[in-house]
Design a protein around this ligand. Structure first.
Ligand code: ADP
Length: 275
């Protein structure tokens, strides 16, 4: 009797929900997680590529989907410049490098084409990237999202089965105001927020002291305010930037580096959520 009552309550709740989303899973992976940020330039792509290799370091098979329409980062971050092959002209075959699989929005467009896509074009490109790629036996796909809460993000959140989202921010107040908007978007579209990350959190000087260049504690405070998990602080680190510029992510190149250890620690928290 109780069970029946619970079922009925569930039905009513479903009918009352303002919009029902049909979410298609990306095939070939167990989990899809997205890395997002409210603004550009906060280190979202740097985080995404390094967390992908941190998950790989923990024994996961990883794919990386660069969905940043406003400035695809894959050619730079991982130095892949070739175009992917297709199967029957219909499906894209991901490019493999360092044991991971990669697909980029940049593969679908001409490098010099300005990224002034209108809504329908963005939506169609996202459909290609999420439904027409032959990923092979992955545990995780890490999606590097464009910044903000525009068409691309909404299409993803509403139409693709995403298992979780990580929000990256710097500790500045301005960035945090937008982070709150992102948190609300994911909550409304029922995408689980795995947690928030504080990037460029502090700089460790030669004197061994930590300097809070962009302020202190803001991201952690926002996480608390919204009852979300705070995943960790990534320092400003020259080697992290240099490794990214060379197309050889720090976590892959030097897994024992103190900054790589921060990524590995965050990756193990993600694994706890998706065993
Ligand atoms: P976004 O994807 O948010 O636009 P990027 O990941 O492209 O940002 O990072 C912007 C720039 O900042 C890049 O040059 C990157 O190497 C650098 N960067 C990001 N995070 C850090 C960090 N923790 N320490 C040093 N440089 C960083």
């Amino acid at each position: 009797m109780r069970e029946k009552e619970a079922e009925t309550n569930k039905d009513i709740k479903a009918k009352l929900s303002p919009k029902k989303f049909v979410k298609n899973p990306i095939k070939g992976t167990k989990y899809t997680i997205m890395v997002s940020s409210a603004k550009g330039g906060v280190g979202k792509s740097t985080f995404a590529i390094n967390i992908a290799f941190a998950l790989q370091n923990l024994g996961c098979k990883v794919g990386f989907l660069d969905a940043d329409i406003h400035g695809p980062s894959l050619p730079k971050l991982i130095a892949i410049n070739e175009k992917p092959k297709t199967e029957d002209g219909k499906f894209l075959i991901p490019i493999e490098k360092y044991g991971a699989q990669f697909i980029s929005m940049g593969f679908l467009i001409d490098e010099v084409t300005p990224m002034i896509w209108r809504g329908p074009m963005v939506i169609s490109a996202i459909k290609t990237l999420t439904q027409r790629v032959m990923w092979k036996d992955l545990d995780f796909i890490v999606v590097d999202m464009p910044p903000g809460t525009g068409d691309a993000q909404l299409t993803f959140a509403q139409e693709v089965k995403v298992d979780g989202s990580i929000i990256i921010s710097t500790p500045q107040d301005l960035a945090l105001m937008d982070v709150k908007r992102g948190v609300q978007m994911f909550d409304k579209t029922k995408v689980k927020i795995i947690g928030l990350v504080d990037n460029m959190s502090f700089f460790k000087g030669d004197d061994g002291k930590n300097y809070n260049i962009f302020g202190e504690g803001g991201v952690e405070k926002t996480a608390k305010e919204f009852n979300k998990r705070f995943l960790g602080k990534i320092p400003i680190n020259i080697e992290l930037r240099e490794a990214s510029d060379l197309g050889l992510p720090l976590v892959y190149k030097k897994p024992d580096h103190e900054v790589s250890k921060v990524f590995l620690n965050i990756a193990s928290k993600i694994r706890e959520d998706f065993p």
